[in-house]
Unconditional design. Structure first.
Length: 311
């Protein structure tokens, strides 16, 4: 059995506009990397973190990666194992692209590989949710499930957990723009109403069903019509400078649909091909430049495989 592995885990777009906490998909970039070694001394330690500007804890009990690995080892009854972790942040923290999720998933994929693939990708989801609970106070799966399983994922139920893989229409691309402004996940969640009008709920679940149907039917028009959110986006979009202008630019440049990635500030559009996706991000970044806001852009097909071992 191997005693060393290096793993990449992908960023994710959670909610996909209308599916708050129940829909998400993985992308090919950005993502995080984890190096993991088995040692002779029992326990999980974080040896080094790079790319985080000192923001993340080295304390194994407080870091999402090590905490999730510890839960995994408890589950398989291998607390005799020593694990040394190096985390390399290759994506922005607090971007709305599942930064904590990517780190956590990379760690879980790594330890599962080193232990001989004892659990399936779907069986790893609850352990990754523990990491999300540590990161933002709530163990949701709309980032971690697609990061682990790849592709589009629907969380049908949280109690009991029921996670379903959805198909990805051929040729679909994500155009992601991250405006470098601060929107902490916890703050963004606190803005959301705890009670909603029935007519809004009806609109929302109709759109979720439409989006899922559109993915199965490979119907881009239906997907686009369904990418509307009347519950969360109207509130959260206030925190994102130039949001409505970026929506207009996305749609004018051929987007299927547009919305906030996770809790923001990243925004994303779905496109029918790579050229359209690049055109969308270029137009949006030019707009943000006029507002004196720095940004990063990522154009990616939907990542069907999830995490992977890298050499």
């Amino acid at each position: 059995m191997k005693d060393y592995i290096k793993v990449f885990a992908p960023a994710t777009v959670a909610n996909v506009v209308c599916g708050f906490d129940v829909l998400g998909f993985a992308v090919n970039e950005p993502g995080d990397e984890v190096e993991m070694r088995i040692t002779d001394t029992p326990g999980v330690t974080i040896k080094r973190i790079t790319g985080d500007d000192g923001k993340l804890p080295l304390d194994a009990a407080k870091n999402t990666v090590s905490a999730s690995v510890q839960h995994y080892l408890q589950h398989i009854n291998r607390l005799d194992v020593g694990v040394e972790i190096e985390l390399h942040k290759k994506m922005p923290i607090g971007s709305g692209l599942g930064s904590s999720s990517a780190s956590t998933v990379a760690g879980l994929f790594a330890i599962n590989k080193l232990m001989g693939d004892l659990l399936t990708a779907k069986e790893l989801v609850p352990f990754a949710m523990k990491g999300e609970e540590l990161a933002c106070g709530y163990g949701h799966a709309d980032n971690v499930a697609p990061a682990i399983m790849g592709g589009f994922v629907l969380v049908r139920s949280y109690d009991p957990l029921d996670v379903i893989s959805l198909p990805t229409p051929e040729g679909m691309y994500a155009a992601i723009v991250y405006p470098e402004v601060d929107v902490p996940t916890k703050d963004a969640r606190q803005m959301i109403r705890s009670k909603v009008f029935l007519k809004d709920a009806v609109t929302q679940w109709g759109n979720v069903a439409g989006l899922v149907s559109g993915l199965f039917m490979k119907d881009f028009d239906l997907i686009g019509r369904s990418m509307k959110d009347v519950l969360v986006e109207p509130t959260r979009s206030i925190l994102i400078p130039g949001f409505e202008e970026m929506r207009s630019l996305a749609m004018e440049n051929g987007a299927i649909g547009f919305g906030i990635s996770g809790s923001g500030p990243s925004v994303f559009a779905l496109a029918k091909d790579e050229a359209t996706a690049k055109k969308i991000t270029k137009a949006q970044q030019q707009h943000l430049n006029k507002l004196n806001i720095n940004s990063k852009a990522f154009v990616s097909s939907v990542n069907a495989e999830g995490p992977r071992e890298i050499k």
